[in-house]
Design a protein. Structure first.
Length: 137
């Protein structure tokens, strides 16, 4: 009889603990919105479609697809995300072409992009133009 009472007390005690009002006040933080990348504002400039074709071929013969996919991120950002991020403007094409040639990191939160020192600026720009044109209507 005595042990039964003790058990009952213990059970009540546990129950009281588990519905400790402090516990129910623990706030569950609201789910953070998925972090999207910064999109550089600006209109697309008209571009040379023959360069786009050239860029596509150059990319196919280079090592870009070792780290990039058209749609899904791999080691590097997807080409479609890069296209969404930058407007098609000469300044961005030149800047990104230099980055492809020299390699770099820090913009997308991915590891490092290897350098491609053998690429000419013109070829690298054609490749970048192809990438950026992926989201052009
Ligand atoms: C070794 C893996 C690797 C290879 C090979 C590679 N990339 Fe990348 N690329 C990356 C990574 C990683 C990033 C993201 C760098 C960053 O966050 O700054 C990137 C970023 C880029 C960007 C966006 C740069 C920016 O500042 O937003 C372009 C454009 C690009 N790559 C084009 C190319 C092209 C064209 C080739 C082929 C010539 C190529 N990449 C080959 C890994 C690679």
């Amino acid at each position: 009889m005595k042990t039964q009472t003790n058990l009952a007390t213990l059970a009540l005690f546990c129950l009281a603990l588990s519905c400790n009002p402090k516990d129910s006040q623990v706030e569950i933080p609201p789910e953070k919105p998925k972090k999207e990348f910064y999109v550089v504002p600006g209109p697309d400039e008209p571009f040379d479609t023959t360069m786009v074709q050239k860029g596509k071929v150059l990319i196919a013969y280079s090592d870009c697809y070792q780290c990039h996919r058209e749609e899904n991120k791999a080691k590097g950002p997807s080409f479609s995300d890069i296209a969404r991020r930058y407007p098609i403007q000469e300044a961005y094409i030149a800047m990104l072409a230099q980055k492809v040639i020299r390699g770099g990191f820090g913009v997308w939160g991915y590891p490092v992009m290897s350098a491609h020192p053998k690429l000419s600026a013109e070829d690298a720009e054609a490749m970048v133009l192809y990438i950026l044109s992926l989201d052009a209507e």
